[in-house]
Design a protein around this ligand. Sequence first.
Ligand code: AMP
Length: 290
Amino acid sequence: MELWRTPDAFRRACDEARRRGARVGLVPTMGALHRGHQTLVTEARKRADFVVATVFVNPTQFGPNEDLARYPRDLDGDAKKSDEAGADGVFAPSPEDMYPPGDETRVRVGRTAEGLCGVHRPGHFEGVATVVAKLFALTGPCVALFGRKDYQQLKVIERMARDLLLPVEVVGVPTVREPDGLAMSSRNRYLSAEDRDKARRIPMALTAASRAFASGERGAGELARIAREIVAEVASSIDYVDVADPDTVRVLGAGERAGERALLALALRLGGARLIDNVVLGEDPPPVAG
Ligand code: AMP
């Protein structure tokens, strides 16, 4: 397994792989890798011959009061986990290399980024789109894999790739969950044992809404209410529990009806962690089996 520390070395490796006739698979991450990230690498292997993971805690996607400074960092562990999952190499650049001196250019995102997390994390998706555009520029033509755990992010990036005519096929991968249904996340390590126990309510809430949807409930307000009620008892605070169009991410008003597919997404705080999760009703299996 290779480790590239500079954009030039990484670009050269991707160019060489394509020259040999390989299809390149890209898995962008912020590190602190877990089985969710490893699944992205495994999925990349199925679609590409040369698979690279990137590890970069991107400063521009964090707000001033967010967890940039304490975000977990473990490059040695990440390299091992990437290797185990079948990556050919890891690109781990420095902030100075990704944001050269005098840096001022950003990707302006649009309506897809406005609702849900866009309301609560101003500038977040602009930061995400900007760093992903840079990673796409360095990698060149490739297939890039993103988790549906960050569903709005996936849609913002799909939109960006289409709008900017980028030579990248964007693929969404289903959320990998713990046995009790909690979505794997690097931020789960912020949870105390007690809060980890409470976090089970999140997949339970999404499952209750999935069941109501399967029984015919289509009211956006009612679907959100069902999920909100279940997490409200344990959350320190709730940023949102919303129903949205799964393609455009437009949030539905409480009086609107969902279609045959609907995104139910939530973000909440549990102790020191801000957790997000979602399910596409009518498409994804309920997070809690049985
Ligand atoms: P992160 O490092 O958390 O920003 O995530 C890097 C990539 O891994 C993103 O595309 C995420 O959507 C994806 N990802 C994170 N957690 C999961 C999960 N539990 N299942 C599937 N993909 C995930």
